[in-house]
Write a protein that binds this ligand. Structure first.
Ligand code: ATP
Ligand code: MG
Length: 258
């Protein structure tokens, strides 16, 4: 059985890719077969953090009719990767049919992973919403900034009203401290609960950290470092809290039949 987890946000640049890549690596290190899908189509950059240059991407799958297996790249132990490609024009304007073709094709891969982590583009446009609504669980990344709060709220509202998603895991990124992160979550939850009947779970935080910044420059994910960084513990903690986030039953097409 595969659990698919979409990592998303209202506002761009809040750390979705950083979190999706590190979380996928942590799960792989725990001996879970993991597939990371960069679904930020046309503007894919998760491979940069992974420090790899995949030969193929979803662009080949869509335009060349390649099999999905062909565009899956093996990385470290237990982690496979599908790139969303950098052909902005071709991939940003996918039709509903093409998006459905991508989602349905995952069920045909021969060895199903335990987890699939999906790095979804920011905001509530069609492509992001389809990938979110097709995932089992949704993680929303936010920072303590009011703009991030408002955009995350708008994303959750759209997900709830238009796609019947009502379960969301919340990750506070670039937190000043663990206490501040929890306070930010409580504040976000109380605002959201005033208007929407949704179920939010605090699944963890990542500190605002120079180690994370350096990891992106060096193209080596922070959890892959030999140093025992506290950020790795934060990602491990998040991986243990994933089971708290309930599965959304949206009626949308799913990646895997299970
Ligand atoms: N915990 C953190 N501490 C410090 N810097 C961080 C942290 N998380 C992310 N960043 C920085 O924030 C920037 C954006 O991160 P990232 O690319 O992961 O965000 P994103 O949400 O995927 O962006 P986009 O919406 O463009 O896809 C990066 O330069 C990264 O170094
Ligand atoms: Mg990103």
């Amino acid at each position: 059985m595969t659990t698919t987890i979409a990592v998303t946000s209202g506002k761009g640049g809040v750390g979705k890719t950083t979190i999706a890549v590190n979380l996928a690596l942590v799960l792989a290190k725990q001996n879970k077969e993991t597939l990371l899908l960069d679904a930020d189509l046309g503007m894919a950059n998760a491979h940069i953090l992974l420090g790899i240059n995949p030969k193929y991407s979803l662009e080949d799958f869509i335009t060349e009719n390649s099999s999905l297996e062909k565009v899956i790249t093996k990385t470290t132990n237990n982690l496979k990767f599908v790139s969303g490609g950098n052909a902005i024009n071709k991939l940003l304007n996918l039709s509903d049919l093409e998006r459905h073709k991508i989602i349905k094709s995952f069920n045909d891969i021969s060895k199903k992973p335990d987890f699939m982590i999906i790095d979804v583009g920011a905001g509530a446009e069609a492509s992001s919403m389809t990938f979110m609504a097709s995932a089992d669980k949704v993680l929303v990344v936010l920072t303590g900034e009011p703009t991030s709060f408002i955009d995350a709220y708008t994303l959750i509202k759209t997900s709830f009203l238009d796609f019947k998603m009502n379960n969301f895991g919340i990750i506070i990124n670039m937190a000043q401290s663990p206490i501040q992160a929890k306070l930010n979550f409580d504040k976000f939850q109380s605002i959201t609960h005033k208007f929407l009947d949704v179920n939010l779970k605090f699944v963890g935080y990542i500190p605002n950290s120079q180690n994370v910044k350096n990891s992106i420059i060096s193209r080596r994910a922070v959890v892959s470092s030999k140093n025992n960084f506290k950020e790795t513990e934060c990602f491990n903690n998040i991986s243990t809290k994933l089971s708290l986030v309930e599965t959304n039953k949206t009626g949308n097409i799913r990646f895997f039949d299970n």
